[in-house]
Design a protein around this ligand. Structure first.
Ligand SMILES: [Mg+2]
Length: 270
C-alpha cells in the first residue's frame, strides 16, 4: 500500500466518481462526523459522481438515496441499488438475489449461530433488511473479535451461503452477487457505462475484508488506516492507504482528490 501522495494529479483530474464503503470508512466510532459528510458534498459539487456501497440494509439505503448528497447507493453487500431519477426513487435489484425460501434458510443459519457461538447476536438493523442476515459481533458490546467473526462466517458457509466480515457484522446471503457485481450493473443501468472500461476513472474507499473484491478490481482503491488491522487476512490490499482512521482517513482521501482538481478541500476539524 502506498501513501495518498502517490495518487497523482493526472489520476485525480481524470476521475468520474468515487465509490465508498460507509461503516469504518466514513464513520468514526459509529458516527458520521460533519467533516466526512461535508466531504461527500464537496466531492459532488466538484462534479464527481458519489456512490456509497455498504452492507447496511435496504431501509437505510432508502434514506441515503433520498437525503444524502449522493448519486445512488448500493446496499446489502450488492443485493440492491437505490437512486433518484427525476425526483423518483428507482430500486434496482441484482438478478441473483434469492427470492423464495431465503428467509427460512437464513433462519436456519441464524439459529445455529446463536446456538453455537456464545455472545453472537442478530444485528439490530436486521428488521430493515430484504435479502441478507447480519450477525453483530462488534457494533454493540461485547466486541467478540475477528476470530469469532470468522467462526460465524464459517457457519454461513457450511449452509451454502456467501458471507463477508465487516468490522462490526458478519453478513450472509444466498445468491451469487457481491458489491462489485452490483456496481457493474448499477453503472450500466444508471449511466450506460461498462465498468471494465472505466474502472480507472473511479476511486473506491474501504476499510475491511468485505471490501476486498473492490480493492482487487479498482486500480485506484484507497484504504483508511484501520484497514491495516486486518493484516495478512487481507489478500487484496488497496493501492493507497490514508494516514488517518475512518472518517479522518476518508476526508484525507477526499481532500487529496479535491485539491488536485482545484476544488476547495474540507477542514479536518470535526
Ligand atoms: Mg466498512
Amino acid at each position: 500500500m502506498q501513501p495518498l501522495s502517490a495518487l497523482t494529479p493526472a489520476i485525480a483530474r481524470a476521475l468520474t466518481g468515487l465509490f465508498t464503503d460507509i461503516d469504518g470508512t466514513l464513520t468514526h466510532q459509529g458516527k458520521l462526523p460533519a467533516h466526512a459528510y461535508a466531504a461527500l458534498w464537496r466531492l459532488q459539487e466538484a462534479g464527481l459522481k458519489v456512490v456509497p456501497i455498504t452492507g447496511r440494509p435496504a431501509g437505510w439505503c432508502d434514506l441515503i438515496a433520498r437525503q444524502w448528497p449522493v448519486d445512488g447507493v448500493i446496499g446489502e453487500n450488492g443485493a440492491l441499488a437505490f437512486y433518484e431519477d427525476a425526483g423518483r426513487l428507482v430500486r434496482l435489484y441484482h438478478p441473483a438475489v434469492a427470492k423464495d425460501d431465503v428467509r427460512a434458510r437464513l433462519t436456519q443459519v441464524r439459529d445455529e449461530v446463536l446456538r453455537e457461538i456464545p455472545g453472537a447476536r442478530v444485528a439490530k438493523d436486521q428488521f430493515a433488511r430484504m435479502f441478507d442476515l447480519a450477525i453483530d459481533f462488534a457494533e454493540e458490546a461485547p466486541d467478540l473479535g475477528l476470530a469469532v467473526a470468522e467462526k460465524i462466517r464459517q457457519c454461513f458457509v457450511r449452509h451454502g451461503a456467501i458471507a463477508k466480515v465487516s468490522h462490526i457484522h458478519v453478513n450472509g446471503w444466498f445468491g451469487d452477487y457481491d458489491k462489485l457485481a452490483m456496481t457493474a450493473l448499477f453503472v450500466r443501468t444508471r449511466w450506460q457505462l461498462e465498468l471494465g472500461q472505466v474502472r480507472e476513472r473511479f476511486v473506491f474507499c474501504g476499510d475491511s475484508p468485505n471490501d476486498e473484491p473492490m480493492f482487487a478490481y479498482f486500480p485506484h482503491a484507497c484504504g483508511v488506516a484501520n484497514v491495516q488491522a486486518f493484516g495478512a487476512t487481507l489478500h487484496h490490499p488497496p493501492t493507497y492507504v490514508a494516514a488517518g482512521e475512518g472518517a479522518s482517513g476518508f476526508v484525507e482521501i477526499a481532500n487529496r482528490i479535491l485539491t488536485l482538481r482545484g476544488a476547495k478541500p474540507v477542514t479536518l476539524e470535526r
